[in-house]
Structures are given as structure tokens and as C-alpha cells.
Design a protein around this ligand. Structure first.
Ligand code: NAP
Length: 214
């Protein structure tokens, strides 16, 4: 059965999943990189963007597991880029260069229609303007029995949580304070929605908490 999974989602101790004022210079918002400092030293990150070496401990293992058995992704439009409002043109092609690290169909939630964007390495971005259920149905169909990963950002995860559509949510809790930004769980009663903590693991630089829908 295809599951909708959130994996490796960095959260500050005070509950933020992104810093404020996202821009090209600060894709994760001001201060947001601190939330992901557990991920950058891992072998899985270094193989994608760095030297190819990297650490192989708990943080790396959970990050690697997050990429297993994926047939499609869903992203919010701000995770795809910093462009807001109607697309001025088609020049923005994502944060990741010509070969994004997805290698499967990616469904981008937006209010602004755009033609599908085929990239190198098997990633095609499809822009979905008719809501989260539609994006999930399209992603599940594209995933052909594998799982769908919801990559973020915060607004998108919050919507899918409220709709009880996320099956598994892995948070990487970092001992840093952001003070402001996009808060992940404010006013969301996960317990009432039927989520429980299934497991937690201490990594080298984050506490990994795995929530699942009961
Ligand atoms: N902590 C982590 O691990 C992590 C992971 C991923 C991303 N992030 C960060 O999170 C931030 C982005 O999160 P965010 O909360 O700003 O935004 P987001 O969830 O990436 O995108 C929100 C935007 O997507 C579109 N959208 C969302 N739901 C929609 C719906 N139901 N129908 C139509 N369009 C919809 C809207 O864009 P339009 O109205 O403009 O079309 C909305 O403004 C970035 O800083 C990113 O780097 C953090």
C-alpha cells in the first residue's frame, strides 16, 4: 500500500520548520540552515552535493531511509522556489540545478498554473492547482505502488496533517532556537488527529522522532 511519508523534516527546539523571510540567499529562511545542520555532514547529503564522503552514523541512516521506496514527491510551491504570485516567466527551474535529487515525478502545490517541467535524471515537476487531495491522488498514481514523500514546506505539511493524510512523519529535532519563522505544529492537535510517537532515536546532531497515524 502506498504511504504518504514526511522524512527528515528539520525542526528547531521552539517548533519552527523554516526561518522567516525566505529568499534566494536563504532558501530555508533566515537562520533556517541551523535546523538542517544534522543533515549536511551525512554521507547521503555529501554524495548528492559534496565530496562524496560523509558521516555514516544514525543521522545518515535515517536520512538514507527517507529516500527508500519512493515513487513520487509532493512539494509546496515555496519549497520549489522563492517566486511568489503568478509566474513572471518560466526561468525559475527549482533550487537544485538541472538535475534535481528526486529522479521521479514531483507534484508542486500552487495556485498558479504552469506547464510540466522535465529535468535531467528522471525528475518532472507537475504543477497542481486543484488542492492537496488532487496532488496526492496524482502522486499515488505516479508512484506505482511505491510511497509518496511529502518534502515540505511547513504550510504543506500542516495541511496534510490536518487532513489526516500523512501516514508517517519523521521529525529531526535540533537543539537550536529560531524565535520566528514558520511554526510546524502550532494549533494542530496531533493527538486528536490520531497520531502517536512510534519511535525515537538519538542521532549525532538531532533527536529523530517518528510519528505515525493510528
Ligand atoms: N525543515 C525542513 O526540513 C524543511 C523541509 C522543506 C522545506 N522547508 C522550508 O519551508 C519553507 C517553505 O515552507 P512554506 O510553509 O513557506 O511553504 P510551502 O509549503 O513550501 O508552500 C506554500 C505555497 O504552496 C502553495 N500551496 C500550498 N498549499 C496549496 C493548496 N492547497 N493549493 C494551492 N496552492 C497551495 C501556495 O503557493 P502559491 O499560492 O504562491 O501558488 C503556498 O503559498 C522554505 O523556507 C523551505 O526551505 C523546510
Amino acid at each position: 500500500m502506498t504511504r504518504l511519508r514526511v522524512q527528515s523534516f528539520g525542526v528547531s527546539l521552539d517548533g519552527y520548520g523554516a526561518g522567516p523571510e525566505q529568499s534566494v540567499q536563504n532558501p530555508l529562511g533566515v537562520g533556517g540552515l541551523e535546523m538542517m545542520e544534522w543533515f549536511f555532514p551525512t554521507r547521503v547529503f555529501q554524495k548528492m552535493y559534496g565530496s562524496g564522503e560523509g558521516e555514516t552514523g544514525v543521522d545518515n541512516r535515517v536520512a538514507e531511509q527517507g529516500f527508500e521506496n519512493l515513487g513520487a514527491w509532493i512539494l509546496g510551491r515555496n519549497m520549489f522556489g522563492p517566486v511568489r504570485g503568478p509566474w513572471p516567466d518560466e526561468s525559475w527551474r527549482g533550487w537544485w540545478g538541472e538535475e534535481p535529487p528526486y529522479h521521479v515525478p514531483v507534484f508542486v502545490l500552487t495556485h498558479h498554473a504552469r506547464k510540466p517541467l522535465e529535468m535531467k535524471g528522471g525528475t518532472t515537476f507537475h504543477f497542481v492547482t486543484d488542492g492537496i487531495e488532487s496532488a496526492l491522488a496524482q502522486a499515488k498514481s505516479a508512484a506505482r505502488g511505491k510511497d509518496v514523500r511529502l518534502g515540505g514546506g511547513v504550510a504543506s505539511v500542516r495541511q496534510y496533517l490536518r487532513a489526516r493524510l500523512i501516514d508517517e512523519l519523521h521529525l529531526a529535532l535540533r537543539p537550536v532556537l529560531l524565535g520566528s519563522g514558520e511554526h510546524l505544529l502550532r494549533d494542530i492537535n496531533l493527538r486528536a488527529l490520531g497520531y502517536e510517537c512510534a519511535k525515537h532515536l538519538a542521532g549525532e546532531r538531532a533527536l529523530h522522532v517518528f510519528l505515525r497515524k493510528t
